[in-house]
Design a protein around this ligand. Structure first.
Ligand code: P6P
Length: 343
């Protein structure tokens, strides 16, 4: 047995990456380690949420107009805190905050990066013990170093992301992040309290047999989307169905499963919500970056998610994301003439 065989921790992995790039300043590695620390703190609270009075609505409404649960606030403050007191982040944007937070201190103003996050996505599932997650997205600033960051730093298209990732608080707690060099997954090892490399170089399977969508909205979807969903339930000239339907109602859990096993996740626009429900900057862009680096695709039905030029922090977008071949099946229908699209 190789006694020196060790599973790399997140810290060792990011530091080892620096050895490959001697000119790197180490700021991005530092930022990722900060996120890992906050994730461990959130994990502790998520894992005991049922035991202490941290559940239940905090009584406030967030910018989405949704009841905010106490754990959302706790998670938001953990991620904001480690980033503010780190050396690599000039400011943040969060699903839980109306506006950006400019850290505006000498160290932060000289930091190269800004970070956006959804601190606890799927929080409506907290009370029923369904997997939930944190989603994050990292950009290099476009504003002048040495000065406070500006909103312009946050309204960059997703194709400018330097790194993106998520934490899934599930049967085990995993941190998965992507840079242009690849996607790697780290599972929290409670025996040492460290995220340890468990899923190196994640590739999204070229195709799959899982489709994820909220069927309750079926009659509000456009005809091409209805036609594709129909094709997921039986073989058609454009789809290889029948597939298996899996939908947890927690984006991080649904997209993570499809990333590993292959599949397609859809949150289309509806007649009530033409822009859909999911947020571009801190939900769709990070997952689109991760899935594309892993070999998959992500669009809003017409355009690559990563090419969308944002105009506001909390804007929504329809999302279709997953295995390349399944996405291409869908695109045949989305691009077909309307006459083709009727179910
Ligand atoms: P629906 C959770 O509230 C969330 O933002 C995502 O995590 C999830 O994929 C989606 O909403 C579920 O929405 O309308 O299907 O319940």
């Amino acid at each position: 047995m190789n006694i020196n065989r060790q599973v790399l921790t997140l810290d060792e992995f990011t530091i080892q990456g620096l050895r490959d790039f001697p000119k790197a300043t180490g700021e991005l590695s530092s930022l990722l380690r900060d996120i890992g620390l906050a994730a461990k703190r959130v994990n502790v609270e998520v894992n005991k949420a049922g035991l202490v009075d941290i559940l239940g609505d905090a009584g406030t409404m967030n910018v989405q107009g949704e009841e905010v649960k106490k754990l959302d606030i706790y998670a938001n403050n953990q991620f904001m805190g480690v980033l503010k007191h780190g050396i690599a982040c000039a400011g943040i944007a969060s699903e839980e905050l109306d506006d950006i937070v400019v850290f505006d201190d000498p160290v932060s103003n000289n930091s190269k990066y800004v970070c956006m996050f959804d601190p606890l996505d799927g929080s409506g599932n907290i009370d029923v013990n369904v997997s939930i997650g944190t989603i994050f997205s990292i950009y290099r600033r476009v504003s002048e170093l040495g000065k406070p960051c500006t909103e312009e730093d946050f309204l960059q298209p997703g194709n400018k992301q330097v790194a993106a990732g998520y934490v899934i608080y599930g049967s085990s707690t995993m941190l998965v992040y992507a840079t242009r060099r690849g996607v790697n997954g780290f599972t929290l090892d409670p025996s040492i309290g460290e995220f340890s490399l468990s899923h190196p170089n994640i590739q999204c399977p070229e195709s799959g047999k899982i489709y994820s969508v909220n069927h309750g909205n079926f009659f509000q979807y456009d005809k091409p989307v209805q036609k594709y969903i129909d094709g997921c339930q039986r073989k058609t000239k454009t789809t290889g169905g029948p597939y298996t339907q899996r939908y947890i109602g927690s984006m991080v859990a649904d997209v993570h499963r499809n990333l590993i096993k292959g599949g397609i996740f859809m949150y289309p626009g509806t007649t009530d919500k033409p822009k859909g429900k999911l947020r571009l900057l801190y939900e769709c862009n990070p997952f689109a970056f991760i899935v594309e680096v892993a070999g998959g695709k992500a669009t809003n039905g017409k355009q690559r998610i990563l090419d969308i030029q944002p105009t506001e922090l909390h804007q929504r977008t329809p999302l279709f994301i997953g295995s390349k071949a399944m996405m291409e099946e869908l695109e045949v229908l989305l691009n077909a003439e309307p006459a083709e699209a009727a179910v």
